[in-house]
Design a protein around this ligand. Structure first.
Ligand code: SAM
Length: 551
């Protein structure tokens, strides 16, 4: 710590005191060597801590580094003297690298999309958090001093994340009231402004639901240079923070922990709605609708954590999109395809996203391949919870010309193959007493798509629906649900070929949605059907075709 620096955190206070103690010991001459050595050791520990945290935290981005440099180089006293800021702002206000990284990590961990910051200063914390937000995320930063918005904006404009930040200048309390009136809600709120108002910000936030249920609130300076726990504190900010910590700690609406990073960061989360009702003795119907099934809100009920899934035909197109969706929702995924290279490539994609996956090469029209596929998955992961039977082929011919070869080939993959997969996976699932089978049928099971001629395809897919209905009703009382998804015409590279272009124009005029399906349009459906949220659904044909079958 530079000699002229005022200690700003408990560790810096310790360093300051130990340095003074060491100087006194050195001047006094008759201090036992052991004591001097202990003081030196304590000083080394305290001095090294912040530097070590700094060095071991992931490097800040170039824009944050620029913002930091610009902030510490600025003459804030001069700016104040010139009347450009209402208050004298010490450059030490800035959160800086380690705290910025902590905030960024919390945004990532809470998967926040909307963040509110109270007290922006030059925007270091704001930009750190914005870097962790998704592209459509938003951070509203409240700042009293309009000068600071002007100061930060050029760097926000340079950063690819700056567009997520909206600065609202003026009193934070006024902004909070406006946000509350507009029923705004945030996933994460960071309080870092005038200390004596912390308690008022906190109360306004909780009383108006500005922090959504399961949201996280972070509060800076909650150790306030150790003054919150030192008995002789008279400093008004220290006392305000002490009162604030005490209030939050006994507030039944929340849980909190203070992390001793820099000057202390409180991490506060809202606890369950049920606890809130007990506290306020509100009259509620305390059932699964209110608490969520097994205490899980609806989106969590669609998670597939710990589940084992396979997807056939997953080397490309719809199957690949299904494999990604199931993996993103938490399942381990076996990527099955006839084409080994494609199966391996998709399994690799999943692995890179942190999804446990394997690739299996199998031709689902061959019984031995289907048995091997099931045996491989069971021996690797011990179960099969989700079977996505998606592989299929499509051949075109006028019915009067359709060969038995085309008919047999189509049926061997689309219907016989799907049946074999259902049966083999079903046997495992019936033993487990649990399973979700999702077959890929087609809108062609409902309508006769035209002008292309595809009798065997249409008929085989109608068979997949009947297969699904029959198995779905036969197995549900033993815990196995069987449903299918019927996509409309899916946009694949093949469709854009010269020869198919006129057909695409024709199809588009038949689709109320005015566009072809993207594979991503089908992903939520497979996750829903694979999850416990759809447990009462069986034998269903979930049609996703932009309304085409209704025209
Ligand atoms: C400690 S600094 C914030 C540091 C900032 N969070 C960062 O990441 O660097 C406190 C900021 O709060 C602002 N502030 C103080 N009182 C305020 C109020 N009543 N309303 C809005 N902002 C306020 C100050 O102007 C100052 O910029």
């Amino acid at each position: 710590m530079p000699a002229d620096k005022v200690p700003d955190t408990p560790v810096e206070v310790l360093v300051d005191l130990l340095t003074k103690a060491k100087e006194i010991a050195a001047a006094s001459g008759n201090v036992p060597e052991e004591l001097t050595s202990h003081v030196q050791k304590a000083l080394d520990i305290a001095t090294g801590l912040d530097d070590y945290l700094e060095n071991m935290s992931t490097q800040e981005s170039e824009h944050l580094a620029e913002l930091y440099k610009k902030t510490v180089a600025h003459d804030w006293d001069q700016v104040h003297k010139e009347g450009k800021t209402k208050f004298r702002l010490p450059k030490e206000c800035i959160t800086g690298h380690v705290e910025g990284q902590t905030l960024k990590m919390l945004v990532h961990m809470s998967q926040a999309k909307r963040v509110l910051e109270i007290g922006m200063f030059t925007g270091y914390g704001a930009l750190s958090m914005a870097e962790a937000l998704p592209d459509d995320g938003c951070l509203i930063a409240c700042e009293l001093e309009p000068y600071l918005k002007e100061f930060a904006q050029p760097i926000f404009d340079k950063s690819p994340h700056g567009k997520k930040i909206i600065v609202k200048t003026g009193s934070a309390m006024d902004t909070l009231k406006e946000l509350a009136t507009a029923d705004e809600q945030f996933d994460m709120i960071f309080i870092d402004a005038d200390k004596n108002n912390y308690i008022n910000y906190y109360k306004l936030i909780l009383d108006n639901n500005l922090l959504r249920l399961r949201g996280v609130m972070c509060v800076d300076n909650s150790l306030f240079k150790a003054k919150v726990y030192l008995k002789d504190t008279t400093d008004s900010n220290g006392l305000a923070l002490r009162e604030f910590n005490q209030f939050v700690c006994t507030d039944p609406r929340v849980e909190q922990v203070i992390i001793p990073v820099r000057d202390g960061i409180s991490v506060i989360r809202r606890v369950s709605a049920a606890a809130e009702c007990l506290r306020t003795q509100s009259k509620i119907t305390d059932d699964e609708v209110f608490r969520g099934v097994q205490g899980r809100p609806i989106l969590d009920r669609m998670r597939l954590d710990g589940k084992v899934a396979y997807v056939t035909g997953a080397g490309q197109g719809i199957g690949r999109a299904f494999a990604h969706a199931l993996g993103e929702a938490g399942a381990k995924v076996a990527v099955v395809d006839l084409d080994q290279v494609k199966a391996e490539a998709v399994a690799k994609e999943l692995f890179l996203k942190g999804i446990n996956s394997i690739s299996i090469t199998a031709d689902i029209s061959k019984s031995e391949d289907v048995q091997r596929m099931i045996a491989t998955i069971v021996s690797k992961w011990g179960a099969i919870h989700i079977a996505c039977n998606n592989a299929g082929i499509n051949m075109n011919s006028a019915s009067e010309d359709t060969s038995l070869e085309e008919w047999d080939q189509t049926f061997n993959v689309n219907l016989r193959g799907t049946f074999m997969c259902c049966q083999a996976a079903g046997r495992v699932m019936l033993k487990q007493g649990y399973g979700k089978i999702i077959n890929t049928a087609s809108m062609a099971s409902l309508i006769v798509p035209h002008p292309q001629k595809q009798l065997s395809y249409n008929t085989s897919k109608a068979g997949v629906v009947k297969l699904t209905q029959t198995l779905g009703t036969e197995w549900i009382d033993r815990g196995v649900r069987v449903n299918c998804i019927s996509p409309g015409i899916v946009d694949t590279p093949l469709i854009h070929s010269e020869s198919l272009r006129p057909l695409v124009q024709r199809w588009l005029s038949d689709i109320p949605a005015g566009r072809l399906a993207q594979v991503t349009d089908l992903q939520a459906a497979v996750v829903y059907l694979a999850s416990d949220a759809s447990d009462y659904m069986t034998g269903h044909n979930l049609v996703i075709e932009g309304g085409q079958s209704l025209w």
